[in-house]
Design a protein around this ligand. Structure first.
Ligand SMILES: *Cc1c(COP(=O)(O)O)cnc(C)c1O
Length: 391
């Protein structure tokens, strides 16, 4: 019997790796300095630790250290990228291309851009969740200043054709921004091989702490800049003012260092567990996996259970098993997921979906328990419904 409750919501957040916490601890107490204090040893120690973390993160994504701009998380990095480009490239144009299935931090920022007089095109996706490259190319205009496409979707886990997108962006001289939060530490991400100009990522989805993230900003071929969205001390090469979260940054760097070494074997093991879970659930009548099977992150499975509702399914097992219907950010609403809607899935089927997301602390024993629990819950609910129909 595994220890309960079981956590299968790693796409919402991950626990910190104990090695991350250990690396962070001294930066709360003895090494508490402000990394911007240039006059004394406390400041130098903090700055040194920040630079080590910057190197770990840069190495992890194939960037240079000066290209890493620390933020409070990926929501801020998404805002900084999109608003920062919109402000700075206003003389070139006001048109942004994105997709219908971006994270809310991108979609709502694009809505804001529209209110500010910008024009945004929302590309549709195919049934597998991926965009059509020819539609992307056709959407480009002389006024297009940014293409913003997520690396891997947070609800269904599908990967976008990032290298094809960047090739189109390059060909038309448009900056390519990618929210790579979910992909980091799961599949290899390299800003040069992938052709990414701006990239958002966050520590708490890769076994680091909450409240620290980064925006990668390309420095050559092409040189990209973003207008700061906060005024202040001019930290982070003037692009993001505010005293650096030194313990968070140290933990973020450590998380990247660990992921660089361990993500490949972890991903292989996690994918096996995910597939075992998925194959067992697919044996039930009326279950479907949403989104691409071929182009997908190793740890996510989004399953619809025809005829049942996510909330009644969750009520059946959420004391023992933590999963989510849709993403954490939208699960508070009863609206069907806009991501599943964009895939062309009916409202009824999307209201019946559960996102299982596994992680490096998931065990085989846990997965077997979850299978049993979900199968029992489905059987019980279906039986109740049949009785109701007969009566
Ligand atoms: C979690 C998430 C975010 C937001 O990151 P925070 O650091 O929590 O602000 C943005 N984009 C995607 C795809 C995410 O999954």
């Amino acid at each position: 019997m595994p220890k309960l409750p079981i956590y299968l919501d790693y796409s919402a957040t991950t626990p910190c790796d104990p090695r991350v916490v250990e690396a962070m601890l001294p930066y709360f107490t003895e090494n508490f300095g402000n990394a911007a204090s240039r006059n004394h040893v406390f400041g130098w120690a903090a700055e040194g630790a920040v630079e080590v973390a910057r190197e770990q993160l840069a190495a992890f994504i194939g960037a240079e250290t000066q290209e890493i701009i620390f933020t409070s998380g990926a929501t801020e990095a998404d805002n900084l990228a999109i608003k920062g480009i919109f402000d700075l490239y206003a003389s070139k144009g006001n048109h942004i291309i994105t997709t219908a299935t971006e994270h809310k931090a991108v979609l709502d920022t694009c809505k804001h851009i529209e209110k500010m007089g910008g024009e945004v095109s929302y590309l549709p996706v195919k049934a597998d969740g991926r965009i059509d490259i020819s539609e992307l190319e056709a959407a480009i205009k002389p006024t297009t200043i940014l293409i913003a496409v997520i690396y891997a979707n947070n609800e269904i886990g599908n990967l976008q054709p990032v290298r094809e997108i960047s090739a189109v962006a390059r060909k038309h001289n448009v900056i390519f921004f990618c929210d790579a939060v979910q992909a980091m530490g799961k599949v290899p991400v390299n800003v040069n091989e992938d052709g990414i100009d701006l990239m958002a990522f966050t520590a708490h989805k890769m076994y680091g702490p909450k409240g620290i993230g980064a925006l990668y900003v390309r420095r050559k071929n092409p040189r990209v800049k973003v207008a700061p969205q906060m005024d202040g001390g001019g930290h982070e090469r003037g692009m993001r003012s505010g005293t650096l979260n030194v313990p968070g940054i140290v933990g973020f760097g450590k998380a990247a260092e660990i992921a660089a070494k361990e993500m490949e074997p972890d991903a292989e093991r996690i994918a096996k567990l995910r597939n075992r879970l998925e194959q067992s659930l697919l044996k039930l009548d009326g279950t479907f996996v949403n989104g691409s099977i071929e182009y997908r992150l190793p740890h996510i499975s989004n399953v619809s259970f025809q005829g049942l509702r996510s909330d009644e399914l969750l009520a059946g097992f959420n004391k023992e098993v933590a999963v989510s219907s849709g993403s954490a950010c939208t699960s508070a609403s009863l609206e069907p997921s806009y991501v599943l809607k964009a895939l062309g899935i009916s409202d009824e089927l999307s209201r019946s979906c559960i996102r299982f997301s596994l992680g490096k602390f998931t065990t085989e024993e846990e997965i077997d328990y979850v299978i049993e629990k979900v199968v029992l819950t489905v059987a019980k609910l279906r039986k109740e419904k049949t009785v109701q129909t007969i009566v």
